[in-house]
Write a protein that binds this ligand. Structure first.
Ligand SMILES: [Zn+2]
Ligand SMILES: [Zn+2]
Length: 329
């Protein structure tokens, strides 16, 4: 089995377990590949999370930089151990704005002996975090005029900048904005405006198929997916969505099937683990999703051939036959 995306308590404030324990768990579960992909440091004080802010922004930002450097050293040590689980080292990009995207490019270049690829992720819309907590997500929606259609537009425009500038090998959690598209959020089906009540002209955000609802959103998502396919990038199926009780992993079925309509789309699987219990979390549900909802024929994964990354694939049929799944019975 494979995971292309992970974190740990050692290097991200909201992590759960130490990196060593997370890797030991992946090895114990007989993962063939486990990618270590800590977040790049953010470089502006406004983007510090409450859990990182001590009141001295300069020193907090320096802490992020130091922590990332330590991560690279530690990850390289783990990789050298030649565990039966192969380790590939990556970096999760914070595509907050153009200066962060430029900084990501510099970091990749400066550390190219260690960092083998990046996960292109958007965690902010208009500089406001959308996956940290409900209140942040609500503020982001407010910044988009309390209009979900606008929020999605802003998100996908920013994601496109990231794709264009950086060409990330893996595009992370394609529709992360979904995290707080809850049952009690009602949206005008045409305008995307947040409304108070469910009516004949509104929908629950949790149940909406966004590309079907809004042509402009479908167009932006398609443009992004085509751009990723054009340079051989990979779309991540990320089970942290399931871990957080969403119906589907990221991307949900609406955007995942849209991705399937794009020639050259290739999916990889990730658990986005932040702790031991997250390693391989909900992979059984992801398998059902890939088999029954997406009718996916092949799952792709990275391999490291003498330091050079290659993309390989396995039929879902073969993956289904693996003894890996006995751990979920
Ligand atoms: Zn992320
Ligand atoms: Zn992550």
């Amino acid at each position: 089995m494979y995971s292309h995306h992970s974190h740990s308590l050692d290097y991200v404030a909201h992590g759960v377990d130490h990196l060593e324990s997370v890797v030991a768990r992946a090895n114990h579960m007989h993962f063939e590949l486990f990618c270590l992909t800590e977040h790049m440091p953010r470089i502006s004080a406004q983007l510090l999370y409450p859990e990182e802010a001590t009141g001295n922004a300069e020193s907090d930002l320096e802490t992020l930089r130091n922590s990332f450097e330590k991560f690279l050293v530690h990850a390289a040590q783990i990789k050298k151990r030649n565990l039966s689980t192969k380790i590939i080292i990556g970096m999760e990009v914070e595509g907050c704005d153009l200066s962060h995207i430029a900084y990501a490019k510099d970091l990749m270049e400066e550390n190219k002996r260690v960092i083998q690829f990046c996960i292109g992720s958007i965690h902010h819309v208009n500089g406001i975090p959308i996956d940290f907590d409900r209140s942040g997500w609500d503020r982001a929606l407010k910044s988009a005029g309390n209009n979900l259609r606008s929020l999605l537009r802003d998100y996908f425009e920013q994601q496109y900048e990231l794709i264009r500038e950086l060409k990330p090998l893996v595009l992370g959690h394609f529709d992360l904005f979904r995290l707080f598209c809850t049952d009690d959020l009602y949206i005008d089906a045409e305008t995307g405006e947040k409304v108070e009540k469910l009516s004949s002209t509104s929908v629950r955000a949790s149940e909406a198929s966004f590309p079907a609802l809004w042509d402009d959103i479908k167009g932006l998502a398609l443009r992004n997916l085509e751009a990723v396919a054009s340079y051989g990038g990979l779309i991540e199926i990320n089970t942290s969505g399931l871990r957080k009780n969403l119906r589907d992993p990221y991307p949900h079925r609406d955007f995942a099937t849209l991705a399937q309509s794009v020639a050259g789309t290739r999916f990889v699987l990730s658990d986005d683990a932040h702790g031991v219990a997250h390693v391989g979390v909900c992979y059984d549900k992801a398998l059902a999703y890939m088999s029954n909802i997406l009718n996916l024929e092949r799952l792709h994964y990275l391999t490291d051939v003498a330091g050079v990354l290659e993309v390989q694939s396995k039929s879902l049929e073969k993956i289904r036959q693996s003894s890996f799944w006995e751990q979920y019975l």
